[in-house]
Design a binder for this molecule. Sequence first.
Ligand SMILES: [Cu+2]
Length: 322
Amino acid sequence: MMDGMHDVWLPAGPQAATLFQLWIAMLVVCVLVFVGVMAALAIALRRAPRATAATPPDLAVLTRGEPRLHRLIGGAVALSGVLLIGLLVASFLTDRAIAQLPLVDAVRIDLIAHQWWWEARYEPGDPARVFATANELHVPVGRPVLLTLRADDVIHSFWVPNLHGKKDLIPGRESTFAFRADRKGVYRGQCTEFCGYQHAHMGLFVIADEPGDYARWEAAQRLPARAPRSDEERRGFELTTGSTCGMCHTIVGTSAQGQRAPDLTHLAARSTLAAGTVPNTAVTLKAWVANPQAIKPGVNMPAHAFADGDLAAISAYLGSLQ
Ligand SMILES: [Cu+2]
């Protein structure tokens, strides 16, 4: 199964790099302050008078005052203020920097969060070029990506740590989010706002391809579904389009036109099923169609009572949808 990096320590884009720098700055300041406080505590403990129960109290300190101590404490308070304001300024500048990604020639994607999967519609503004996929977003290296975020049911949150920070997807409230991947690779993401039973199984992958690979992927995604080639695939096609699947799923070029579930037109081009829950293989496909509840309990797809041979045919057909 696709692993993918999932690590704020390995930024692969300009915004993740800026956030990483802020994180390092905060870590350094906090470590220095912590070490300073601990050192002051150690000195104070060492210098504490070794009094016993019988030692009379030193009342002279009441009239003498402690001007040196006051200066020290005043200085430490002032230094804390300066450091905090410094971090505030750094955080403000980081916010500005990550908002300034140039969007020339951006890949536009509508990203809609569902319980518990991600719907992606590429180039939504252009009816001739629009296509849909789910859970695995390919993007070209070096080109900005502009996401329009929406949620279908409850609040979800998009987070691909190697590429950017988090952003919530809120029902009824559209927002945008831009990032750029500067290094080829597979970057794992995760819904980071608790959204119900299968929240933990709501992963996604951003696959940053070289521009040529991306162009090939994009061109292939835009084609309608491949026609079945073998008898088994044909049987699978008939079972899939002839049963309830099409009420929820779309397979472009067939009668399956549902809008409630992942687009299956090019299912075989994805390496995982059900938002990164299981690898996409003939075995898992069969198991998933027969009883998705066993793999992802509570999922919004019912079990289907097919005979074993029929399941194999469906799996063969879906597995052919490159
Ligand atoms: Cu969630």
